[in-house]
Design a protein around this ligand. Structure first.
Ligand code: SF4
Length: 65
């Protein structure tokens, strides 16, 4: 989980968690790569988002922390 929690992004298929060397975990939006309407690092917690899609399986590239 990112710290602090990222709201809707925490259950979204387009979230990628990015950890830094100081132990912080940030919530990145992968939709930002292809759609300029989405910020790379959305202001959290995200309460509503038209791009949200349910994440059934944790993506392989999610940070393990
Ligand atoms: S699409 Fe929306 S809910 Fe999903 S990660 Fe991006 S900002 Fe968060």
């Amino acid at each position: 989980m990112p710290n602090p929690p990222a709201g809707l992004c925490d259950s979204c298929a387009h979230q990628k968690l990015i950890g830094n060397t100081r132990g912080s975990v940030f919530s990145m939006c992968l939709r930002a790569r292809t759609d300029e309407r989405y910020p790379k690092y959305p202001r959290i917690p995200v309460g509503a988002c038209p791009g949200w899609e349910r994440r059934d399986q944790p993506p392989a590239d999610r940070a393990s922390s």
